[in-house]
Design a protein. Structure first.
Length: 205
C-alpha cells in the first residue's frame, strides 16, 4: 500500500511564499493554455494550399476530297487555323494551373498551337489572382471573355467549327478587375472594369 510522505520527512522544507509562487505559476500556465487553445484549433482547421494541373489537346486530320491539299480548307470562319496541311495537325493545346490558398488564389492558362498563337499574349490565355470576401470574389489580371456561347476548347463546343460571331465579333480576353457574387447556386452576377477588348493577335477595339 502506497502512502504519501510529507516533504518534511524527506528533509525538504517549503515556505508559504514558495507555495504561493508555484500556485501562481500554475495559474498562469493554465490561463495561457486557455488563450492559445483557439489559435491551435484554427491552425489545425487551416488548409494547406492546393495546386491543380489540367489541360486539353485539340488535334485533327485534314483531307480535302475535291481540291488539292495545298489549298486552304475553309472549315473556320475567317480563321486560318486549319492551314491546308494534309494529314494530322495540332490545332490547340492548353495547360491550366490553379492554386487555391483560401481565401486567395491564382489561375494561369497557357495556350499553344496555331489557335493558341492567335488568342494569347505570349502564350498566356488568361492569368489572374483572386481574393474572396465572404461570398464575393475579386480578381485582377487577364480573363477569357464570358461573351458568346462558343469557347476555345473544342471539347466544350457543340461543333468543331465556330461561327462568324465568335470569329469576328466576340473578344478573346479582358484585362482589368472582375467582381463576382453568387445570388443563388445557379445565378452569379459578375462585373468588369477593364481595358478595351482584346481580339485576335492581341489587337484591341
Amino acid at each position: 500500500m502506497l502512502r504519501a510522505i510529507p516533504l518534511s520527512h524527506l528533509g525538504v522544507s517549503t515556505t508559504r511564499t514558495e507555495r504561493g509562487s508555484r500556485l501562481s505559476c500554475t495559474k498562469n500556465l493554465l490561463l495561457a493554455a486557455l488563450l492559445l487553445a483557439p489559435l491551435a484549433a484554427t491552425a489545425e482547421d487551416a488548409k494547406a494550399p492546393t495546386v491543380k494541373f489540367g489541360g486539353t489537346v485539340d488535334a485533327y486530320y485534314l483531307l480535302n476530297l475535291d481540291t488539292p491539299q495545298s489549298e486552304v480548307n475553309p472549315v473556320r470562319a475567317g480563321d486560318p487555323v486549319y492551314d491546308g496541311q494534309p494529314g494530322f495537325n495540332l490545332g490547340y493545346a492548353k495547360l491550366a494551373i490553379d492554386v487555391d490558398a483560401d481565401p486567395v488564389g491564382l489561375k494561369l492558362d497557357l495556350a499553344f498551337g496555331p489557335e493558341g498563337a492567335q488568342i494569347t499574349n505570349n502564350t498566356v490565355q488568361q492569368a489572374y489572382a483572386f481574393m474572396k470576401f465572404g461570398k464575393a470574389t475579386l480578381a485582377l489580371g487577364r480573363f477569357v471573355t464570358p461573351a458568346g456561347f462558343e469557347v476555345f476548347e473544342q471539347k466544350d463546343n457543340w461543333l468543331a467549327s465556330k461561327g462568324l460571331i465568335f470569329s469576328w465579333a466576340v473578344p478573346t480576353a479582358h484585362e482589368g478587375v472582375r467582381l463576382s457574387y453568387p445570388l443563388t447556386p445557379e445565378l452569379t452576377v459578375t462585373g468588369y472594369v477593364a481595358n478595351p477588348m482584346v481580339t485576335d493577335k492581341g489587337s484591341s477595339r
